[in-house]
Design a binder for this molecule. Structure first.
Ligand code: ATP
Ligand code: ATP
Ligand code: MG
Ligand code: MG
Length: 884
């Protein structure tokens, strides 16, 4: 077996609309091509002994053991690899259950698609599954050490990519509220929502967190000063920078017990608490001074009480946790060391911040705490006795947390909210030392020790005792208050032909409403009137660029087949999805071999439309009409034929449609006909002579109408949109050359030739064609092009692209000529002449030189820019409503 390609899908796709995270492996089964598992000796036994948990896979029989029974009865290796890849991920603690395997048109080559939780792990699981199955085929088993290593590696990959616990909590909350999120590639920032509605967080800092507030919170002394001036109880204390000042400072705070800590510390580093004698104070001074960037040390009176972390979000206290430093409780049998080991066995404890709790690490601090009690690690701790192992209660050093939210005295709750406001933090973690949080601080000598920006949520969402609190909900309430949208409208356009034209026209119509439109097309990404990035931009990354842009108020996205197959759509749902048509083009690429399969690819755009949105479908294209069945949204049809049965039925039952009737582009809504504009007044329809452009315009109008755009705006857009070389280069660019005309068009498949032909045939004079096509199309496509051209032109020059895309030079032109011959050979006296000039520039110049008065030269170029330059150098006449 050999893996030929691994693709990572991240959005709605060919395989599933709902499962966005899929790995697709193109797998050559080689020697296992036609071998069913039942015919491979020992395979079933080997597989069940290596991965007994596969019994849980129901598969098509739909019962426990279903999949294994299929292996026993005989199934192909691609299918088995799909299940093994899923199982490996599950064994590593990830959720992945969906998979599909299908044969391609190449013998022995399969596509295996399976879900992933983490994409790196997913790709690894695919490769490991192939290795594992191959080994069972060859040797009857897979070494246990290998399997253990695979699972370790998978866990590691997941851990590397996992978000911190606070971020994770916020992201989960966003998902629960159907707010889209994405990780940005810098600084672990997360974006929620799209375009102008987006909000960002980084850990628990939000884009609304003020930088002054953060700076103030990081300055413990400044914070205390501001709070003291506001009448908030804070520890009595002072800041010193020299050891000489230590004794005076101790006297100043009223003598022992004292606390010493670095001025600019966090996570409890460099802190010594409850100091009662000079030696300890001196050592504590050194430690704190070393931990401070500025060698500045805070000296405070030590307050007895419990340590609490109060979380205030958007001016409201949302949770309070009591933090208990790492400790063990004696049982009269185990030593302190054994007790620590036992405590660390708690499955909730992990390394670092990733788990609910963190393991206790025996280090210098732990040893000195134990020594201070007069014990060693070998001491058997008496039953019931508590031995603290840390002075500070940070979870990251093994502390635990008890929820106390419901016990807080109302006056304290008011005070905490006020403190966050005074510091200016939207999300604040306030450290409070008080013997009893249910009494007003002032009555029990409680103090505010510090205020933290970017406080961790772990102790609130997963306290070791007490109720978990949905603090992420408060953050989301703040970022997206009720009624505030998170998504900008997304209008997506797909089809075989006309995507770019329709996308541009639709974007132009949307601009008439005054909104900032971001749109992507084959020739670039645009924001408003500006080109943000040139190049073919019809894939998910281009969509993402628009959706990440903070100025964009509405997105219009051209979605081509390539991007959908390669990575899935770049958005999970949209407001309007337009499918223009499906015809034979790009067949044979990406394992899409039939036009029905291609329809399934394009149908993704219609199927992701949200229920209250509209799928805009071409009623004249049966493959597009069929998509209506799978659509969750409302359907709106467009048609060139006012008698179209489907549309008649649809509008009779109150449906929405657009139709070309009596020379008008009109919207039908139930019984009503709303005429938008006469085709002759719509420039891109070439005075109504290009039927396919009328169809594209109908689609754009209908999409805009479905999105709630007023008829006046649609009309204004239609009548000002021009198929110029600047607005739509290569799409029906007509040039007046004085005595004759030249047309540059990008038609590159049979359907678009036919569409173009419908226009060219309307041309009253002599028609010369300069034709050819991209080399990666199938042979029959070139032949078809030749056949069609024979009916359109009076004179033909066959040329080739410079880049033959792997095809032998001359062979594409031969195939086109063959098609021409097939048609011309049928008539006794060939009406037209044709010749081959492979070089495109030469072919174009020859045609232009030959053009007589009243004739039309139609150029289907490889390079639109070069063709435009060749024409411009002959000084065409500028016309106001066409080429600029
Ligand atoms: P973190 O990053 O966890 O917030 P930190 O390094 O910023 O910690 P502080 O919050 O100033 O340090 O102190 C850590 C803990 O030490 C406090 O939460 C409190 O329990 C205790 N503490 C600090 N100062 C005093 C004091 N003056 N009296 C009593 N306890 C104190
Ligand atoms: P691509 O796949 O290159 O991105 P596209 O779908 O974006 O193409 P356009 O760039 O809008 O399509 O148009 C390309 C050519 O297809 C046009 O110049 C025209 O010849 C033809 N075409 C446009 N619209 C249609 C249509 N509705 N039906 C058939 N052919 C069309
Ligand atoms: Mg603190
Ligand atoms: Mg395009």
């Amino acid at each position: 077996m050999k893996i030929l390609k691994i693709q990572t899908l991240r959005g709605p796709n060919y395989w599933s609309i709902r499962r966005h995270q899929l790995i697709v492996m193109r797998l050559d089964l080689e020697e296992l091509t036609e071998r069913y598992s039942c015919d491979i000796p020992g395979f079933y036994e080997g597989l069940t002994s290596v991965l007994p948990s596969l019994v849980e896979h129901h598969c098509s029989p739909g019962v426990r053991g279903g999949f294994l029974s299929r292996v026993e009865r005989g199934t192909l290796m691609g299918h088995i690899i799909e299940h093994v890849a899923l199982e490996l991920q599950q064994l590593a603690g990830m959720t992945a259950g969906f998979g599909r395997t299908r044969e391609t048109s190449s013998p022995g080559i399969f596509q295996v698609a399976f879900e992933y939780d983490n994409e790196h792990a997913g790709r690894y699981a695919g490769r490991a599954a192939v290795r594992l199955c191959q080994s069972i085929v060859d040797t009857g088993t897979y070494p246990a050490e290998e399997l253990t290593q695979d699972i370790e590696d998978l866990k590691e990959l997941k851990a590397q990519a996992s978000l911190g616990p606070s971020t994770e909590a916020i992201v989960k909350e966003a998902e629960a509220r159907d707010i889209p999120w994405q990780q940005l590639n810098a600084r672990f920032m997360i974006q929620f929502g799209y375009g102008c509605y987006q909000k960002r967080i980084q850990a628990t800092l939000s884009n609304q967190t003020g930088v002054l507030a953060v700076e103030l919170a990081c300055d413990k002394e400044g914070t205390k000063q501001i709070l003291r001036d506001a009448g908030v109880p804070v520890p009595r204390g002072t800041v010193i920078r020299y050891f000489d000042e230590l004794q005076d400072a101790i006297d100043e705070v009223g003598g022992y017990p004292i606390a010493i800590k670095p001025l600019d510390g966090n996570h409890g580093r460099g802190i010594t608490l409850d100091i009662t004698k000079w030696e300890t104070a001196a050592a504590a001074y050194d430690e704190a001074s070393n931990a401070s960037k500025t060698h500045s040390v805070i000296l405070e009176r030590f307050y007895t009480g419990r340590d609490h972390r109060v979380l205030v979000v958007n001016g409201k206290m949302v949770a309070v946790a009591e933090r208990v430093p790492a400790h063990v409780i004696g049982d009269g049998q185990l030593t302190i060391e054994q007790l620590i080991e036992k405590t660390n066995k708690d499955p909730r404890r992990g390394d670092g911040h990733d788990n609910v709790l963190t393991r206790i690490v025996v280090d210098k601090t732990v040893l000195s705490m134990v020594t201070e009690k007069g014990y060693t690690l070998e001491t058997v701790l008496p039953a019931g006795e508590v031995c603290f192992l840390r002075a500070t209660a940070n979870l990251s050093t093994g502390g635990s947390a008890i929820d106390r939210t419901d016990e807080v005295h109302p006056e304290n709750a008011w005070l905490f909210a006020r403190i966050a406001k005074i510091i200016g933090l939207d999300i604040a973690g306030i450290d409070v030392v008080t013997p009893d949080i249910s009494k007003p601080l002032r009555e029990v000598d409680g103090v505010i020790v510090e205020v933290n920006a970017a406080p961790g949520f772990r102790m609130h969402v997963a306290p070791s005792e007490g109720l978990p609190r949905n603090v992420a909900g408060a953050v989301m309430d703040m970022l997206f208050p009720p009624g505030q949208p998170s998504r900008v409208p997304i209008l997506a356009v797909t089809g075989t032909n006309g995507k770019t034209t329709t996308t541009r026209l639709l974007a132009h119509i949307m601009k008439q409403t005054g909104l900032a439109v971001g749109y992507t097309t084959t020739d670039g990404i645009y924001i408003g009137d500006h080109l943000a990035e040139p190049g073919d931009n019809t894939g998910p990354q281009s969509a993402q660029l628009i959706l990440r842009d903070p100025t964009v108020e509405v997105a219009v996205l051209e979605c081509a087949r390539g991007g959908i197959l390669r990575a899935g759509l770049g958005f999970d749902t949209c407001d309007v999805g337009v499918v223009l048509n499906v015809s034979a083009d790009h067949l044979g690429l990406g394992d899409i071999d039939t036009i029905e399969q291609m329809a399934k690819v394009k149908s993704v755009v219609a199927e992701v439309v949200m229920p209250k949105g509209y799928a805009v479908l071409n009623a004249d294209d049966p493959l597009v009409v069929q998509m209506a069945e799978r659509v969750k949204a409302q359907v709106a049809y467009f048609t060139m034929n006012p008698e179209n049965e489907i549309v008649l039925r649809h509008t009779e039952s109150g449906g929405l449609a657009a139709v070309y009737e009596n020379g008008y582009l009109s919207i039908l809504k139930g019984d009503w006909t709303l005429r938008i504009e006469q085709a002759v007044n719509v420039p891109i329809t070439m005075k109504g002579r290009a039927p396919f452009m009328i169809a594209n315009a109908l689609a754009a109008c209908l999409a805009a109408f479905a999105q709630g755009v007023k008829i006046e705006h649609i009309r204004a857009g239609l009548s000002t949109f021009v198929a110029s070389t600047s607005q739509t280069p290569g799409r029906m660019n007509l040039f007046n050359m004085g005595s004759y005309h030249a047309l540059i068009d990008y038609a590159h498949n049979p359907a678009s030739y036919e569409a173009l032909g419908a226009f060219v045939k309307n041309w009253p004079g002599h028609r010369i064609g300069v034709i050819g096509g991209p080399g990666d199309r199938r042979d029959e496509d070139f032949v078809a092009l030749g056949q069609l051209s024979a009916d359109i032109f009076d004179e033909i020059i066959v040329k080739e692209d410079d880049d033959t895309r792997g095809r032998e030079r001359g062979s594409a032109a031969e195939l086109i000529s063959k098609g021409l011959q097939q048609v011309l050979g049928r008539v006794p006296e060939p009406r037209i002449r044709y010749e081959m000039i492979l070089n495109e520039t030469e072919a174009i110049n020859t045609a232009l030189d030959r053009a007589g008065a009243g004739s039309l030269v139609v150029i289907l170029p490889e390079s639109v820019n070069r063709a435009i330059q060749l024409i411009e150098s002959r000084n065409p006449i500028k016309e106001s409503n066409n080429n600029s």
